[in-house]
Structure formats: structure tokens, C-alpha cells
Design a protein around this ligand. Sequence first.
Ligand SMILES: [Zn+2]
Length: 304
Amino acid sequence: MLKEFELIKKISLSESCPHAYLFTGATGVGKFETAIKFAKFLNCENQSEFSDDCDCDQCKMINKNIHPDVYIVEKQESKKEIVDSQIIDKDKKEGIIYKINNNPLSGKYNIVIIRGADSMNKTVSNTILKNLEEPKTDTIFILTTANKKNILETIISRCCVIDFNLLNRDEVTKLTNNEDIDLICDLSSYKYKRVLELNDKEVLDRYINDIKEFCNVIKSSDTDKILYIGKVLEDKAKLWYYVYIWELVFNFYISQKHNEFLGNIIIENIGEVMKSVYSLKEAITGNYILEIKLNNFLLSIKVK
Ligand SMILES: [Zn+2]
């Protein structure tokens, strides 16, 4: 995200400063964090000397998520989509979409950040589109997504699209507090969020312990394997983390890195194993898959 931020900064300072941005790229590459950082930059009182730890009032309010002109919209946990009521309150003529009609209360810009913009429902998409078609000079939209193809073409065409890539080794080196750069590169898969996470010694130790444990489990009896899965399922929220750990182990095996974990074992069906990991990831997305399965089932019933 470091090089992406520099690029965005440059674009925003150009004469044709866009009023809408779309940050795209895989989960964990730092799109949302950059959106927040960019919001700070746009409203910062010391813009020319802007840095991450600026403590002007504008930056401070954004850090605390209490800035009156910065609106963050994202899918609520219980919902499948970003829904109308999150941006429009028709009865009271309130909601973000009405508020941005007014001048900013404190900063230079009203800033609307839509995190996971691919989950906007139809009304929200159309409302945002309408606002992008009639831009206001003091309002900036920042949309982030890992699924660009699920966003209306008409929205994309009105945004300055910034593709976020994985970090490179130099960037990891700048962000990590660990001297073992190889280990951090491999454990983080060059993802911004994971590099920062691994700066916490406790988290790093947990990663390493869980990798070691899984390597032992692979080599252990069926009973131990079943017990292990039982443990993993105790906290479903951590399932993604475990699948990531397993993926790391298999990647290490394929690339013959970090032999200290796996030792000299041979995984005969590694190709199939990797495929299973990918399908596991799909299965975790859960209801979605279940829903498709049920639909297919119902459609397959032939009634005369
Ligand atoms: Zn500032």
C-alpha cells in the first residue's frame, strides 16, 4: 500500500483531482487502511508535511472515527448487503446522501468511504452512481473492493481506479520490526495487514506454534487428526486463520522453504491436497454455497 498511497496522493494533488476513487485488490492488501490514510491526508491541516502520526485535529478525529465529515459505510454483520438505510433515511431527509449536500462541518472535504463496495444493494449502487454523475467539489468518494466485477460498470467508469498489489520485499522490510525478513515475507504472504499483525510478538509466536502443531498433526494418527479438527472447530471465527496456516504449510512444502517445520516428510498427493484447500475456502463462505446447492436441488426436481 505504500507505493499505492504515493500514487493516490500525486493524483489527488493534480489539477484534475478526481472526486471518486475505487481501490481494488485482494483482501488484506491495505485498501481500507489506505482509504483512511487518504481521508486524513485530504483533510489534514499540515498536508504538505503529512505523515502517519500527524496529530492535527483533523487527523486525530479521523483516527478516533469521530470526524463529522468522514463517513464509513460497510456491510453490517447480520446483513448480506449494504442496505438503503445505511445511506438514506427518506422520512427524515437524513442519512449520508443528504448530509453531503451541505458544506463540510470541520474539514476541507466530505469523505464517503464505502468498504466492500461490491456488496452495495441495487438502490445503494444507483444512489451512489447518481452522486458520482453529479459530483460536488467538496465531496470525495472512496470505494474499496476485492471483487471489482460485482460493481456496476457505470460506477467504475466514473472512478479513478487504483489497483493494490501485494507488498514487495523492500516494503515488508520497512514495515516489519523483525530481522528475519524471509520469515515475515513468507508468513505474511506479502500482505500489508499480516505484516503489521506479525509485528506483535505474541501473534508471531502463535503463527509459528500453530504451524508446528499442524506439521505434527499431518504426521500423526487418524485419532489425533480428528481431535485436532475438533479443536479447530471450537472457534469457527478462527477457521479462516487455520486454513491460512494450512495453506502456508503446503506452500512451504511445495517451495521447499522452512524445512524446520515439516522435516523430511513426503506428501504424495500434494496436488489434490492443494485443491482441497481451495474448495475448503469456498465452503467457509458457507451460506452462499449452501444456497446454490439448495437451489440446484429444487430445480433438479422434475414435476409432471
Ligand atoms: Zn494532520
